[in-house]
Design a protein around this ligand. Structure first.
Ligand SMILES: Nc1nc2c(c(=O)[nH]1)N[C@H]1C(S)=C(S)[C@@H](COP(=O)(O)OP(=O)(O)OC[C@H]3O[C@@H](n4cnc5c(=O)[nH]c(N)nc54)[C@H](O)[C@@H]3O)O[C@H]1N2
Ligand SMILES: Nc1nc2c(c(=O)[nH]1)N[C@H]1C(S)=C(S)[C@@H](COP(=O)(O)OP(=O)(O)OC[C@H]3O[C@@H](n4cnc5c(=O)[nH]c(N)nc54)[C@H](O)[C@@H]3O)O[C@H]1N2
Ligand SMILES: [Mo]
Length: 768
């Protein structure tokens, strides 16, 4: 007999089909016009051969070999829950007492699951907070540089995170949409907290049908789906700021800039104008200058410059643009360009970031509170910018810059991670692995034997989301979803909440952690709190029991299109932005005063440290873009059927232009070795003439599978591109990751193909 149960995930709500206690299939949510194919990965995750069936401890750790020992190369010893929790409790108490709370690194970056209560990272923060504090992480891998910059420029981060100008306004009013990085369909499959509906792709098509001219400025033609009919400008990766400066030069030189808007609504334009015209540095940023860097015709740049003034225009950039050297600059320059063109605040016009990056970005929605759990206070008040983890481990006590502050790295003795996969997500994994050997103890909670779990000392088996009750909600979606438990916890897996409650108990603070609520009391509490707020915001929500019974709530779409900055444009004096001048900072005396050469007082071209015009390109001529996967969410779902079906001889696909392949004697379907001075991995070759020549694309998220586990620098036989990417901050301002500034070379893989072992458990040994 098949039992049906509704649940949700970051890639959408669904109904699970259960037979004899096993998830055998999933059906897309009935209200969803486009449920993503990658939902089909779900049964394979719940019942994966690489589920962690019980707690484990690394053998060498049990034998006293701690700091300095490379992790990942040893067998694990099965232990009972009591012993595992006792070891974690004793070790955290020891580290806190000997080294202080900041020596426990609990940033725990990662997406974990869609449910807002059992959100692993938030639960961990609550536990570490009530037991004395920890070092956390601020900003994110998604748009860390952008989100540090934008409050200085426009006063907040709505233009990156939403609510931003919506597609309804664009459809009604814009005539031109210039999309840097395009509007890739694959990224719309996903939203943090899940989705009742995937409406994202539909809006691009409606805009095109309404006569909005779409321009895809990207190294990848497929970054706007073919049926949208966009023009393709195959820019050299990393050249976007130069391209925009070339447009700005045309606008200025031809006197097309909107002086009235600039005077009323912006501050600091004179400094940028002097720079664009070359008065301040001797180099006019002409379209010809930009064309040489971007490798597109100067006339294309010039014409686009004129068009964004002439036509009601929306300028967008994906989040990936700022995940690169000096990633703050294209974002700042896009704001400046839209301002010069006088588009900001005109209906359906201006600038926005992330339209091509996630479901729900730009989708019309009434802003309402959603149920959510707070991570609580961190009494240690210690944190690092998210992507500076390797630096932190390598350089305890050393100084670094962030956002105008001089800060110190803490001395990390223990790491506790729940709901993220740093050995998937961080750049330059070989460098991270060397630094990962330094702490005394690493604890990882995850349902699966991910690379992070394999490189831990104490491994705690967590439930998957389908093994518990929760509430799914996203600030970018109109639905709240009842996520009903689908199957029992598998093997000895436990909920993070229960694991951490027992650990809090060992520290004598169980009730401060649980607040005397169990799962069902928490769900009711979080829901009712949101309901109360929503009522104050003028919308109705049923009581908790009716919601749970009904299964979901759908809020109406707003009846008016929304344009960000419309109110500000109409009344800049009355609607001051929360910036230094109260206006848009095209130049910023504040940022100029920070004195960072890599992020000066106005948007500026800084040649990427690594790209095809740097000397390194002689040795490594291909530009690698490691983008988001269409077959999974980051590393989640990699052992699932949709992800596995895309692999070539078990290796992650890498896309290359046919002429680049021919020049190297490579053919489609072949296993290749991708390498640079930082590392190497295997991949399966796919030919794609929709790529700019010289650019290769490999998705993130194939589980890191070193040929020699525990040896940094070993070949990843599966295809995690982060063995190749560089680990450096975007600038002293944002310190964001620079994954997209990466050069590689590719050759045929010769010799016997090593097996991919990472989707099976690691070696396990009982102690005599
Ligand atoms: N080269 C390169 N690298 C990148 C990027 C890029 O563009 N290029 N993008 C970056 C970006 S934007 C991001 S957001 C990151 C994503 O990096 P992550 O968020 O770390 O990636 P996920 O694979 O989502 O990891 C989530 C983990 O949580 C586990 N999990 C799920 N549910 C639970 C639970 O209930 N409890 C516990 N304990 N664990 C659970 C999953 O099994 C999985 O291992 O990657 C970044 N890395
Ligand atoms: N299916 C799926 N969707 C996802 C995710 C996932 O794992 N799977 N992850 C989600 C998360 S956490 C995030 S943060 C977002 C990330 O969203 P994004 O950062 O927008 O995603 P990417 O795929 O890295 O990049 C988008 C496009 O930008 C283009 N691009 C890259 N570099 C350059 C450049 O230098 N110049 C120009 N002009 N274009 C460039 C690439 O061709 C790429 O296809 O995606 C979200 N959506
Ligand atoms: Mo992200």
């Amino acid at each position: 007999m098949t039992v049906l149960q509704q649940h949700s995930s970051h890639w959408g709500a669904f109904t699970a089909e259960v037979e004899a206690g096993r998830v055998v299939g999933v059906r897309g949510f009935a209200r969803d016009p486009a449920p993503p194919a990658l939902l089909a990965n779900i049964p394979d995750l719940v019942h994966a051969p690489c589920r962690i069936d019980r707690p484990y401890v690394r053998k060498g750790w049990l034998q006293g070999r701690r700091a300095g020992h490379p992790r990942g190369g040893e067998a694990f010893v099965p232990v009972g829950w009591d012993q595992a929790l006792r070891l974690v409790a004793e070790e955290s108490a020891r580290v806190r007492a000997e080294h202080g709370p900041a020596s426990i690194f609990g940033g725990s970056y990662g997406w974990s699951s869609a449910g807002r209560f059992h959100h692993a990272r938030t639960q961990l923060h609550r536990y570490l907070g009530v037991t004395g504090g920890y070092t956390g992480q601020v900003t994110n891998y998604s748009y860390g540089a952008g989100m540090t910059l934008m409050p200085h420029i426009v006063g907040n981060n709505a233009c990156i995170q939403g609510p931003t100008t919506d597609w309804a306004a664009i459809v009604d009013h814009a005539k031109l949409c210039v999309a840097f990085g395009g509007l890739p369909a694959k990224n719309g499959l996903v939203a943090a907290g899940g989705a009742g509906v995937h409406e994202y792709g539909g809006w691009h098509r409606r805009a095109a049908r309404a006569g909005v001219r779409m321009v895809n400025v990207s190294p990848v033609r497929g970054d706007v789906p073919a049926d949208v009919g966009a023009e393709w400008v195959p820019i050299r990766p990393g050249a976007d700021t130069a391209f925009m400066l070339g447009m700005a030069h045309t606008i200025l030189a031809e006197g097309l800039h909107d002086q009235d808007f600039l005077d009323r609504c912006t501050d600091g334009f004179a400094a940028l104008a002097a720079y664009v015209l070359g008065e301040s540095d001797g180099q006019p940023k002409t379209a010809e200058w930009a064309a040489a860097l971007a490798d597109v015709p100067a006339e294309t740049i010039r014409q686009l410059g004129r068009d964004i003034v002439r036509l009601p225009s929306m300028l967008t950039a994906t989040w990936s643009l700022q995940r690169a050297d000096f990633g703050e600059q294209p974002y700042w320059m896009l704001v400046a360009l839209a301002s010069m063109a006088g588009q900001v605040g005109r209906p359906g016009c201006g600038f926005a970031f992330g339209f091509g990056s996630m479901n729900g970005m730009g989708t019309p929605r009434i802003e309402l509170a959603t149920p959510s759990l707070s991570g609580g206070r961190n009494p240690a008040d210690s944190w690092i910018p998210v992507a500076r983890i390797t630096d932190m481990l390598e350089k305890p006590g050393e100084e670094y810059d962030y956002n105008g502050q001089r800060r110190l790295y803490p001395d990390t003795r223990m790491i506790f991670w729940a709901g993220g996969n740093p050995l998937h997500h961080h750049q330059d994994l070989n460098r991270l692995l060397r630094a990962w050997a330094r702490p005394d103890t690493i604890v990882v909670s995850d349902p699966l034997w991910t690379a992070a779990a394999r490189h831990a000392d104490i491994v705690l088996p967590a439930t998957t989301t389908l093994e518990r009750n929760d509430i799914g909600a996203s600030s970018r979606d109109r639905f709240i979803i009842a996520m009903r438990q689908v199957v029992r916890p598998q093997a000895q897996a436990r909920n993070d909440f229960d694991i951490l409650a027992d650990l809090a108990d060992a520290a004598g603070v169980r009730e401060r952690f649980t607040e005397q609520r169990n799962e069902s009391a928490w769900l009711r509490f979080l829901y009712e709190r949101a309901r109360h707020q929503v009522q104050q915001e003028g919308q109705a929500m049923p009581d908790f029991d009716s919601f749970w019974e009904q299964g979901f709530i759908e809020f109406p779409a707003p009846d008016q299109p929304y344009t960000e900055f419309a109110g500000f444009r109409a009344d800049p004096g009355g609607r001051r932005l929360r910036t230094q001048s109260g206006r848009i900072q095209i130049g910023s005396p504040l940022l100029g005063g920070f004195g960072h050469a890599d992020c000066p007082g106005h948007p500026a071209w800084r040649e990427p440290r690594e790209w095809q015009l740097s000397p390194l390109a002689e040795k490594f001529p291909l530009h690698l873009l490691s983008c988001q996967p269409s077959t999974r969410l980051h590393s989640q779902g990699d052992p699932g059927r949709v992800s596995l079906a895309s692999k070539i001889e078990g290796r992650e696909p890498i896309r290359m232009h046919p002429e680049d392949a021919a020049a190297r004697g490579l053919v489609a379907g072949q296993v290749v070795r991708i390498f640079n001075d930082r590392g190497a991995c295997l991949g399966g070759l796919v030919l794609d003439d929709g790529l700019r020549q010289g650019v290769v694309v490999m998705a993130t998220g194939a589980w890191f599978d070193p040929l020699e586990p525990g040896v940094a620098g070993s070949l990843c036989v599966h295809g995690n591109p982060n063995v190749l990417t560089r680990d450096e901050g975007t600038s002293a301002l944002g310190q964001g990751p620079v994954a997209q500034s990466c050069l590689v070379e590719i050759e045929a893989f010769e010799g016997k193909l090593p097996p991919v072992r990472v989707h099976l458990p690691p070696p396990i040994e009982a102690l005599a």
